[in-house]
Design a protein around this ligand. Structure first.
Ligand SMILES: Cc1ncc(COP(=O)(O)O)c(C=O)c1O
Length: 400
């Protein structure tokens, strides 16, 4: 049969929730800068120098050699037992008793955000988020058409005092990133964690603690997790993306068993199970004790890169520009003089060879347009200095 030719394109009829969803501004920026000679301070990618390639290669080899057929088979939706036990043991060792049945393995914590949206969000139902918040979470939740209510943040993280009965009313979840937040790099203080747990109890709120960066501290571990304070109502998410490699697509949820079972049913409908081979290789590499030597290396690398950026900001930025001083993680957040719009600075910045992410898309509601996010982890020190100097020149000219 001859293939039909010259047929008019068929009209797509996407559901409202899909049609309304906007693509990520960050992806668009990455497209603009791909291949070009641009110093990208925009990406949220971990440094490839941090990927333990030989250890992962050996682990994949060992798994395929010793139990190849099982490793290539479908597996349980909740995830590999050895991997869940390793995660549970680590939480327990940190003082938060955890069992493997409180752990669900997911295909990156981004999948957990989608599952949480599916499980708890619906048209018009309120979700509480920090202002600003992680763009990928706002995107994942938006599919389910919730109403966002925002909580103010400052240098000590989100302000729990802002949670009163009106703000909390009918809220399905409160989503926050207590450690080295994306995009601001800020950390929620211990006092505020305690207050947040209390507010959650007072208002019968469930907390989502998204913590992919907590292990990436520079000098001192952050305060205990939110789950340590409010285990009965916290859904904790974390990921191997920033501590092993994002290409593995491995993350996890730790929560009360009833919540894990709900998310597990939804995950089953989504993808049946997370990649069996990858989970087994990760379990193998973790059992070898890799983290004991690997984590200190990433911490030292990122701490040094962060310092280069902070020094460059101090040297080059004009008066009126403020920035955060992260104690871990991958990001610095800048606040420019109020009259400036970071989005309008992006194209001229790319034309001069430096990219950043404007702050606007990180806000669920009213954006502060004079903000932007810089990442320092994938760019060599000399380029960080050069990129910051260029950006500072542009900001100074715009503010003049
Ligand atoms: C705060 C936060 N949550 C979740 C994710 C998703 O990570 P992954 O799906 O790779 O685990 C990211 C990625 O950058 C992030 O910054």
């Amino acid at each position: 049969m001859n293939a039909p030719r010259d047929l008019p394109p068929a009209r797509l009829r996407p559901a409202q929730r899909a049609a309304r969803l906007k693509g990520s501004v960050i992806r668009e920026i990455l497209k603009l800068t791909a291949g070009a000679d641009v110093i990208s301070l925009a990406g949220g990618l971990p440094s490839p120098l941090s990927f333990p390639v030989p250890a992962l290669r050996a682990a994949f080899d060992a798994v395929l050699r010793d139990d190849g057929a099982a490793a290539l088979q479908y597996s349980s939706t909740e995830g590999d037992l050895r991997l869940r036990e390793w995660i549970a043991a680590r939480e327990t060792a940190r003082g938060v008793p955890t069992t493997a049945d409180e752990v669900l393995i997911v295909a990156g914590s981004q999948q957990a955000l989608d599952l949480l949206g599916k499980a708890f969000a619906e048209p018009g139902a309120p979700l509480l988020v920090e202002s600003p918040s992680y763009l990928g979470a706002l995107q994942a939740f938006s599919v389910y058409q919730p109403t966002f209510r925002t909580l103010p943040t400052d240098d000590a993280g989100l302000d729990p005092q802002a949670i009163d009965a009106a703000v909390a009313a009918d809220a399905r979840l409160l989503y926050s990133m207590p450690n080295f937040q994306n995009p601001t790099g800020r950390t929620l203080s211990a006092e505020r964690r305690a207050l947040l747990a209390q507010a959650a109890r007072d208002h019968d709120l469930w907390l989502v603690e998204d913590d992919p960066y907590g292990e990436l501290w520079y000098e001192q571990a952050p305060p205990p997790s939110l789950r340590a304070w409010a285990r009965e109502r916290t859904i904790r998410l974390s990921s191997f993306s920033k501590v092993l490699a994002p290409g593995l697509r491995l993350g996890y949820v730790i929560a009360p068993v009833e919540c894990i079972e709900l998310l597990e049913r939804l995950k089953q409908a989504t993808d049946l199970c997370t990649a069996t081979l990858t989970q087994r290789a990760a379990a193998q590499v973790l059992a070898s004790g890799l983290m004991d030597t690997h984590l200190p290396r990433i911490r030292a690398l990122y701490a040094a890169q962060a310092q280069v950026m902070l020094d460059a900001l101090a040297e080059h930025m004009p008066p009126g520009v403020q920035w955060t001083r992260p104690a871990g993680g991958m990001f610095v957040w800048l606040q420019l003089p109020a009259a400036l719009d970071a989005m309008a600075l992006l194209r001229p910045a790319i034309a001069r060879g430096v990219a950043f992410v404007p702050g606007e898309p990180f806000y669920a509601l009213e954006p502060m347009r004079n903000t932007l996010r810089l990442s320092f982890v994938t760019v060599p020190a000399e380029k960080i200095r050069q990129g910051v100097a260029t950006l500072a020149g542009l900001i100074a000219a715009a503010a003049a």
